[in-house]
Design a protein around this ligand. Structure first.
Ligand code: PLP
Length: 360
């Protein structure tokens, strides 16, 4: 069997060029006689890999010098705890609840202090982004927390919330490097890499340097202090070395494609193919309000559970993998991250048209 179109929400497709290059280097990484997987993270060869990965990411995202880049472990979920442990000086955080991941981060923050819900779209199954122009920001909030792209529900903040001068902390796991961002608008911008960048487990934290202090909540484990990792250049302990190496390759792949502006154009083109079809279909419809639609995750339904199940079964047989929607939304979801080629989305739409013609 050849490669299929994998519409998984994550782990997700990686660029074929990257996978091939990694395969070529698997037994002998550039004359070292070993795989990067077998290499000491303290070796000269690995130092080049991690330094270059950071340099390329800085270039791609235009990360200012007063922001640190940390390659950490524990996935995005460990950040749900690390963020309050490191930032909650007043023990207050404000949260905008736009889905399950935002909620999990909020629930974790509650363990460490007073976490407030200042806006939510739960009333309509998270199918929109709440108005964030005039939020009831807490006077002593240490930060305002958002999940910028909601993987499960397919919504995206098109405009960042007005935090009234408070720090913004954003989980960009499912929109990382999908379009340009202004890093200076954030205190922390972070994400797990398993959707747009690399193998699961690695989380990249981009943090303004003045937020990295020894002044963490009492009891914060050494491994969960940003300071520990910043001091050691993400090498306090053995980093997820192979994962970071793949991330580095993906950064170069994006650079070669023209950077984040080019990624945005590529992603807009793909998303438009799918959304345009959904908007005129007599069988399928998108579940998100138009203005808040994600470029990365596209949930859709037929409105008939049996038909949804038939579609999922037949699409799988036709080589379209992982189109089943999250259990809280039902229906289908196509995740079309950076590495999904236009042809994949075109093929999916052609299949949907055929299915509609056969089943309407
Ligand atoms: N945040 C978002 C937006 C996600 O989509 C996910 C996982 O899919 C997570 C956080 C959790 O990531 P991890 O499994 O790396 O902890």
């Amino acid at each position: 069997m050849g490669r299929i179109y994998n519409f998984s929400a994550g782990p997700a497709m990686l660029p074929v060029e990257v996978l091939k290059e990694a395969a070529d280097e698997m037994l002998d990484y550039r004359g070292t006689g070993m795989s990067v997987m077998e290499m000491s993270h303290r070796s000269k060869a690995y130092e080049v890999i991690i330094k270059e990965a950071e340099k390329d990411l800085r270039e791609l995202m235009n990360i200012p010098d007063n922001y640190k880049v940390l390659f950490l472990q524990g996935g995005a979920s460990l950040q749900f705890a690390m963020i309050p442990m490191n930032l909650m000086k007043n023990k207050v955080s404000d949260h905008i609840i736009t889905g399950q991941w935002a909620k999990k981060a909020y629930q974790e923050a509650k363990i460490y202090g007073t976490a407030n819900v200042i806006a939510s779209s739960e009333d309509k199954t998270f199918s929109y982004i709440p108005d964030c122009s005039d939020l009831p920001i807490s006077e002593n909030a240490d930060y305002v927390y958002i999940c910028e792209n909601n993987t499960i529900y397919g919504t995206k903040f098109k405009k960042l919330p007005n935090t009234k001068g408070k720090l913004l902390v954003s989980d960009v796991s499912s929109c990382f490097l999908s379009e340009p961002v202004d890093v200076t608008k954030y205190g922390i911008i972070y994400g797990g890499v398993q959707k747009n960048i690399g193998p699961a487990g690695v989380v990249i934290v981009i943090i303004r340097e003045d937020l990295i202090t020894e002044d963490t909540l009492p009891g914060t484990p050494t491994m969960m202090k940003y300071k520990t990792h910043e001091k050691e250049g993400s090498m306090y302990n053995t980093p997820p070395a192979y994962g970071i190496y793949i991330c580095g390759k993906v950064f170069k792949w994006i650079k070669n494609k023209g950077g984040l502006e080019a990624m945005k154009a590529h992603n807009e083109k793909k998303a438009a193919i799918l959304y345009d079809f959904l908007d005129q279909s007599k069988m399928f419809r998108g579940t998100v309000v138009k203005e808040d639609r994600s470029l990365m995750n596209v949930p859709f339904v037929t409105g008939n559970e049996e038909l949804d199940a038939k579609f999922i079964k037949e699409s799988k047989a036709a080589g379209f993998e992982n189109l089943k929607g999250h259990r809280t939304v039902g229906g289908m979801r196509a995740s079309i991250y950076n590495a999904m080629p236009i042809e994949g989305v075109e093929a999916l739409v052609a299949f949907m048209k055929k299915f509609e013609a056969e089943n309407l």
